[in-house]
Design a protein around this ligand. Structure first.
Ligand code: GLP
Length: 258
């Protein structure tokens, strides 16, 4: 895993936006995998700025979001549909028909999940998957004990995730108990992964993801198996890393690497 440590979340977002822009410049019809949560907000803001100021073009881009709460309609302010529309899609020139987000209101989840996986394949596969990490080490909504070969499916949320995400709802009771999420296996098939984390509350999960054993108890640790994953984290989130000095040394020396 390539580990890039930045001083703060703003710098993290800026570097992440450059990674996304590089993919889009090389391949204007790239397929992006997108994440929600507070972590990628700065990245989306920067992408919107690049679209407006620098002409970053989304007209041929296709996106697949990682997950959605079961039971929330598209216009629910806490749904991931709403989040993506408000924070990215309505500000850039991406065609509506190129946007895929798991449905939280389908009447046939099994069929929907199969269809979603097939759409990813039919679109040519995900070129760059953006990820955050949950406090319990999850990616998307792949909670502890999720199979590392899992595909898009319904997951029951962990108590910690419900508590963590309760801040966005009026109370913990209002957080949905189920989510529809890409699987760890689905995510690992992306050609490139970009995982972001900031803040002290992510330090333990980040250390487990990067330096811990590969385990279904920390589904982000499965990214160690991916040949092309970049982690961009801020100094607070890097707080528990044992080999931090080495990662920074690599970044410094890489410039002159043969
Ligand atoms: C949710 C999402 C994850 C996200 C995580 C962290 O559980 N399903 O994709 O990474 O929250 O959220 P935040 O960035 O708000 O800490």
């Amino acid at each position: 895993m390539e580990i890039i440590v930045k001083d703060n979340a703003e710098q993290m977002s800026r570097v992440a936006a450059r990674v996304v822009a590089k993919v889009l410049n090389a391949k204007p019809d790239a397929v992006l995998g997108l994440a929600t949560g507070s972590t990628p907000l700065g990245l989306y803001k920067e992408l919107v700025r690049m679209h407006k100021d620098e002409g970053l073009d989304f007209s041929q881009v296709t996106t697949f979001n990682l997950d959605e709460y079961v039971g929330l309609t598209k216009d629910h302010p806490q749904s991931y549909h709403y989040f993506m529309h408000e924070n990215l899609f309505k500000h850039v020139n991406i065609p509506t028909q190129n946007v895929y987000i798991p449905s939280g209101t389908t009447d046939n989840y099994e069929a929907f999940c199969r269809w979603y996986e097939q759409e990813i394949v039919d679109s040519g596969g995900i070129d760059l998957q953006v990820l955050g990490i949950g406090g319990d080490g999850h990616i998307a909504f792949n909670e502890p004990s999720s199979s590392l070969g899992s595909r898009t499916r319904i997951k029951t949320l962990a108590k910690q995730t419900i508590d963590d995400n309760a801040r966005f709802f009026d109370s913990a009771e209002q957080v949905p108990i189920y989510a529809i999420t890409m699987g760890v296996g689905t995510i690992l098939e992306a050609r490139q992964c970009l995982v972001l984390a900031n803040g002290r509350s992510k330090a333990a999960a980040v250390a487990a993801m990067i330096e811990g054993p590969v385990t279904s108890m920390i589904t982000a640790s499965a990214l160690q198996l991916h040949p092309r994953t970049m982690a961009i984290i801020d100094r607070d989130a890097a707080g528990n890393l044992k080999m931090l000095e080495y990662y920074e040394w690599i970044q410094e020396k890489m410039v002159n690497a043969p």
